[in-house]
Design a protein around this ligand. Structure first.
Ligand SMILES: CSC[C@H]1O[C@H](OP(=O)(O)O)[C@H](O)[C@@H]1O
Ligand SMILES: Nc1ncnc2[nH]cnc12
Length: 288
């Protein structure tokens, strides 16, 4: 199978450069409009699709990002692997602003978002003990290191609803829970990517120490943007190395991300809702 890499750009990352034959393309989905058009092109001969999570100009809040439409659009375009880039606050001393963190666990504290493609008329339960793809995460870590970033592999991302930043009590609580970084968009994105049988990795760029650190000011948007601006070149260089590391051809995922739905569907075939099945054409067509 051919590799196609999807990149979801977070705050401060609204486009990528260097794609051959690049064009912004509108993608229609049964889940509504994606955050923006998708930039499609090739890098080192590998097809790539880039989607800015908040839209160009940062239009969508973490709550209103159309997560289902975004993941459906990338799947519909043929993406096999999705690397999500996000700005995060650090909940530990040794993850400093400017560092890159490969997230491999999440704690989901969001509560005002659609979190599944499935539901009444087609119920599915995918495994999610290991929410990111270790193979893709390794490649992303290697790409970031080769680009010159300081990289930490393995971290728990606390996804909060926002849009306000945390209180001091919350920030302290999340540290006690063992969370390493905090952001507002990692969920339900990772859940939906698993349901869509996409390999998913999350590169978190540390922009601040949230508000728990006695020696640092509490986070504000200006601090986040300043760090993101300083890191933009590193993020671009990381993305540019991914095609070379992943290659044009792709074997089945050794961790089964691309087969997540094989044993997940619960609803009896004769009880399935044809309308929902139609909406699931791209996401779950393989098993329907
Ligand atoms: C601009 S600070 C808060 C904002 O930044 C992060 O966005 P993303 O994850 O898309 O990089 C965070 O989750 C909030 O949405
Ligand atoms: N401290 C923080 N909390 C939530 N989201 C963030 N994104 C960047 N920094 C953040």
């Amino acid at each position: 199978m051919q590799t196609m890499i999807g990149i979801i750009g977070g705050s401060g990352v609204y486009q990528i450069e260097g794609l051959e034959g690049a064009s912004w393309t509108r993608v229609k989905t049964p889940w509504g409009k994606p955050s923006d058009e998708v930039l499609i092109g090739r890098l080192d001969g590998v097809p790539m699709a880039f989607l800015p999570r908040h839209g160009r100009g940062h239009v969508h809040s973490p709550t209103t990002v159309p997560y289902r439409a975004n993941i459906d659009a990338l799947k519909r375009l043929g993406c096999t692997d999705v690397v999500a880039v996000s700005a995060v606050g650090s909940l530990r001393e040794d993850f400093a602003p400017g560092d890159f963190v490969l997230v491999d666990q999440f704690i989901d504290r969001t509560f005002a978002r659609e979190k599944s493609f499935f539901g009444t008329g087609c119920v599915a339960h995918v495994g999610f003990a290991h929410p990111t793809c270790p193979r893709l995460g390794k490649a992303a870590a290697e790409a970031a290191r080769a680009a010159g970033a300081r990289v930490h592999e393995g971290a728990t991302y606390l996804a909060m609803e926002g849009p306000q930043f945390s209180t001091l009590a919350e920030s302290r609580l999340y540290r006690q829970w063992g969370a390493d970084v905090i952001g507002m968009t990692g969920m339900p994105e990772a859940k939906l990517a698993r349901e869509a049988e996409l390999c998913y990795a999350s590169i978190a760029m540390v922009t601040d120490y949230d508000c728990w650190h006695p020696d640092h000011d509490a986070v504000d948007v200006a601090a986040v943007i300043a760090t993101l601006t300083a890191n933009a070149a590193l993020a671009r260089a990381t993305v540019a190395r991914l095609p070379g590391l992943l290659g044009r051809d792709r074997a089945d995922c050794p961790h089964g991300c691309d087969r997540a739905l094989t044993h997940a569907l619960m609803t009896a075939p004769d009880k399935r809702d044809p309308e929902l099945l139609a909406r699931l054409d791209a996401v779950a067509g393989r098993v329907l």
